[in-house]
Write a protein that binds this ligand. Structure first.
Ligand code: FAD
Length: 448
């Protein structure tokens, strides 16, 4: 296995979350190294893995290698939803896995949100972790029907006026409120986590690209000797049929005035989205901006990462348009930040944790756009497994094998047909008020 991270060039886009925060500027590796555990990838997956390993055995020597800088990937750029969402819907999940295991899985996800919150409140107050729940709202009957069928656990169905009392969305006809969701500013959280690990003796190297071949690891050309290894590189992998990169893009508005903020919501920290097929997600930041993201960028041929995909003006415009449609009462506002990043999608749209006892190498990822909580839980499960435990073996993501994506040009055609068709499906639902037939057909193209 050869690991590569290079995309065509560095992104010029700028996540809001980086404002006012300096990168850590850690040294690059410049000599051979021997450690107990070598971790590749300085995002949430790699960092939480070190955190959980140390939590179980503080005597371990651990090194993390990041080819760019800590938080360079999706972990420093995401929408800040700390949710129990999983990219596969609960009904399909229960068809694929034993029901009792899925119930345990949801419990672990919900606890993970609070555990991240505990860390954030003690070590990263600047990340503004706020657990105020999420609101998935419907603006047509097809959307309402869909969200009603997704009602389980502590989720509650709200009528139009109850919804409006939390979020003043134009044309809303109902919503689902899930108390088990928080929002956070991700980049300061990643930095605080890295600082915490440094303070506990973990060695972290930036601008240090790892290459793993025939079970031997080199970083910046220097040999790394380790008893165990973790690969936590998510979307930044050598192109293959095992996963494809899908781009998610975001914008942030300028800070709204107090009057404008009250026209949107009076629930600080609420996460919200419209139940469209085209994925979208939003929060109002602690300084009163709307930070909102969505999909819609085209899949790059051959699964090659392309930073140009992170800056597609038409997708950023569609996302801004959602703010206009949802909150026409706002009047004047402008977009101050635009950015994006890749997420990894396997054919079955599920996350994975693999651990090979022979080579003592573990890997986690495949979170699609739901990796903030999942990376914490996967890292916890991997640490347990690597230290000989078996607490998480029945979780759906553990040793979860997926079919490979079709060869090109079929996956290019399928993935991009889906990108176009979901927009048509949303349009169809707006017009007919019935669940989209286009979407049902489109799902077959991409393994959902
Ligand atoms: C725009 C956007 C919005 C999102 N919004 C949400 C959200 O609101 N909620 C949610 O739950 N999830 C969201 N996600 C997904 C979530 O951010 C990710 O699933 C999660 O951050 C993945 O963390 P990670 O550590 O696995 O990967 P990453 O953060 O991508 O880290 C992987 C790191 O590995 C490094 N690397 C790769 N190859 C090598 C190598 N050979 N040597 C050394 N280093 C290497 C990369 O440089 C990178 O920094 C979003 C993603 C995007 C892009």
């Amino acid at each position: 296995m050869v690991l590569t991270v290079r995309q065509d060039s560095k992104p010029s886009n700028h996540p809001l979350w980086r404002d006012g925060h300096q990168s850590l500027n850690l040294p690059a590796l410049d000599s051979p190294l021997e450690v107990d555990v070598a971790i590749v990838g300085g995002g949430f997956s790699g960092l939480w893995s070190a955190f959980h390993l140390l939590g179980q055995d503080s005597s371990l020597s651990i090194a993390i290698f990041e080819s760019e800088e800590i938080g360079f990937g999706a972990s420093g750029r995401n929408g800040g939803w700390v949710s129990s969402d999983y990219p596969v819907d609960p009904v399909t999940l229960k068809e694929r896995h034993p029901e009792a295991d899925i119930e345990t899985f949801w419990d672990l996800m919900r606890s993970a949100i609070d555990e991240i919150g505990d860390f954030a409140s003690t070590c990263a107050p600047e990340a503004n972790f706020r657990k105020a729940g999420s609101l998935v709202f419907a603006r047509n009957k097809a959307q309402l029907h869909r969200i009603e069928s997704n009602l389980f656990g502590k989720k509650r169905l709200l009528g139009p006026s109850e919804t409006q009392s939390m979020l003043k969305v134009d044309g809303v006809i109902g919503s689902i409120f899930d108390p088990d969701c928080a929002t956070v500013e991700p980049y300061p959280l990643v930095l605080a986590l890295a600082r915490h690990l440094l303070a506990h003796g973990v060695a972290i190297f930036e601008r240090s690209e790892a290459q793993l071949e025939n079970n031997s690891m080199k970083v910046n050309g220097h040999r790394i000797k380790s008893k165990q290894r973790i690969i936590a590189t998510e979307a930044y992998k050598k192109p293959s049929r095992r996963q494809i990169p899908i781009y998610s893009l975001m914008i942030a508005t300028s800070p709204l005035t107090r009057e404008q903020q009250a026209m949107v919501s009076n629930v600080p920290g609420l996460a919200f989205l419209e139940a469209l097929h085209n994925v979208n997600y939003a929060q109002m930041t602690s300084d009163g901006r709307i930070a909102i993201g969505g999909r819609g960028a085209r899949y790059p041929y051959g699964s090659r990462l392309r930073s140009s995909k992170e800056e597609q003006g038409s997708v950023h415009d569609q996302i801004s348009q959602l703010v206009e449609e949802w909150f026409p009462q706002l009047g004047q506002w402008k977009v101050t930040h635009k950015w994006g990043g890749p997420v990894a999608v396997r054919w079955n749209w599920e996350s994975y944790l693999f651990f090979d006892p022979l080579t003592q190498t573990g890997s986690i990822g495949g979170y699609v756009g739901d990796g903030v909580t999942m990376s914490y839980l996967s890292a916890k499960a991997l640490a347990d497994r690597m230290l000989g435990g078996n607490r998480f073996l029945k979780m759906p993501f553990v040793e979860n094998q997926a079919r490979k994506w079709p060869i090109e040009p079929f996956r290019f055609i399928g993935a991009n047909a889906l990108v176009s068709l979901v927009k048509c499906a949303d349009q169809e639902e707006r017009l007919t008020q019935r669940e989209s037939l286009i979407y049902k057909g489109a799902s077959l193209l991409i393994g959902k």
